[in-house]
Write a protein that binds this ligand. Structure first.
Ligand code: SAH
Length: 410
């Protein structure tokens, strides 16, 4: 067993059970990509069993802080079972579920989503790459899902020195000898949606917004919103939810043509008139500006942009980008209207996001009631020891009526 010895004082985070060690904290030792190593402090005391990543800034990712534990096939079976068991206990009312959420489930670098009978997985670290077959077997054995598709085509793989890989990892031949297509149909409270694990973003869909889409449907109904603008719509999850909530005129904006084609198909698939929905293949920022010029307004707006700040280093520029779209959205929102605004940037904390949105409201001369703070669904858990895992944050805001707004402007 190879040993990685840390510099003096650099053991503190691992003693708090944080799973990462950065390159600069390693005093000596090396290993092959993904090889299991013993991590110890400068005095030689055991800290963790971990996977070594020779190319990554995150040089070591802990598998276990228990010296008696062995990192073998049974270990991965236990971890997968625990993660799946948690999801079962959560009683999620959908056939689209995040089963493994990386570090939070003790499996750093592993993401697994279940879409009906298909598992879609990302192996994003050298350690998960090395144990891929063992993990695949554990996933199939635990879930009973026969199909496992690999979507290891995230840019994060470059940092680990790993090439992009996609394709079926487990696929039993059907009786007719035909391959199962990569298309799946998922159901959630907001509606029924289709996706293709081979083509969609990430593993195919954004399950982290499932509860927020359900909440949106409820709020749209409760507040009587009719005109809805869904910005960064992807395949229209929030748009279908708006229709479910009684909206009659929904616009989806996204820069991905294939995603929008699905969004339009989802409208009719869920039994709504195609005429109730408009799909705009365009940049959101430019579209919001155009709508302001045209004097358009909406009863509800969703802003769910991609990650503007991949890390805290990008926070300044990202803050300006978030403020800009939120300011524009406020100007398009009818008095009493609903804004659901999100950031999935790990580098922007919840408190900062609140300040950004408040600043945007101030610039637009608009105040609002903060109805709720929003986060990822419970199958994307954060743990006490790994706060970095928290990434998605959002606010549900009701715009105050215009007389109150005028008071701010004056
Ligand atoms: N709300 C969606 C997920 C959105 S993901 C859901 O519930 O499923 C972010 C989306 O933003 C992606 O679909 C991406 O294609 C789109 N996007 C990224 N940059 C954009 C831009 N400048 N203008 C419009 N869409 C953009």
């Amino acid at each position: 067993m190879k040993v990685i010895t840390l510099r003096e004082g650099k053991e503190r985070s691992m003693l708090r059970r944080h799973p990462w060690i950065f390159q600069g904290s390693v005093a000596k030792g090396s290993a092959d990509p993904g090889e299991t190593v013993r991590v110890q402090d400068a005095a030689g005391r055991f800290l963790a069993w971990a996977a070594y990543s020779p190319s990554s800034q995150i040089r070591v990712r802990a598998w276990s802080f228990d010296e008696a534990e062995r990192i073998d096939a049974e270990f991965f079976q236990r971890k997968v079972e625990a993660a799946v068991q948690l999801r079962r206990r959560l009683g999620i009312d959908s056939n689209g579920i995040r089963l493994i959420h990386g570090e939070a489930d003790g499996l750093p670098g592993l993401i697994v989503d279940q879409y009906d009978d298909v598992l879609s997985a990302q192996f994003l670290s050298a350690g998960t790459e090395r144990w891929k077959d063992v993990i695949a077997d554990a996933l199939i054995a635990t879930t009973g899902c026969p199909y496992l598709y690999e979507r290891s085509d995230s840019g994060v793989r470059n940092l680990e020195g790993l090439p992009a890989v996609t394709g079926w990892l487990r696929h039993p031949d059907t009786a007719a000898g035909r391959r199962r297509a990569t298309d799946v149909v998922t159901h959630e409270t907001g509606g029924t949606l289709t996706l293709a694990v081979a083509e969609g973003h990430k593993t195919g869909y954004y399950l982290d917004q499932r509860d927020n889409r359900g909440l949106f449907a409820k709020l749209v109904r409760q507040l009587g919103c009719k005109t809805v603008l869904n910005c960064y719509s992807y395949t229209g999850g929030f748009s279908v939810a708006a229709l479910e909530g009684g909206a009659t005129d929904v616009t989806s904006v996204d820069s991905s043509g294939p995603a929008l084609a699905r969004a339009s198909a989802h409208v009719t698939l869920n039994g709504y008139e195609a005429s109730a929905h408009t799909a705009l293949d365009a940049d959101v920022n430019g579209t919001l500006r155009r709508f302001i010029k045209e004097g358009r307004t909406f009863d509800a707006i969703v802003l769910d942009p991609p990650k503007f700040a991949p890390s805290a280093a990008h926070a300044d520029r990202a803050s300006r980008a978030y403020k800009d779209i939120n300011r524009l959205a406020f100007r398009l929102l009818n008095p009493g209207g609903l804004l659901l605004t999100f950031s999935c940037s790990g580098g922007i904390g919840g408190e900062l996001f609140h300040k950004i949105v408040a600043g945007a409201g101030m610039d637009a001369g608009i105040d609002g009631y903060l109805l709720r703070r929003l986060e990822a669904t419970s199958d994307h858990p954060t743990t006490l020891t790994f706060p970095e895992g928290e990434y998605l944050k959002g606010l549900a805001i009701i715009r105050k009526d215009s007389s109150e707004c005028r008071k701010i402007q004056n």
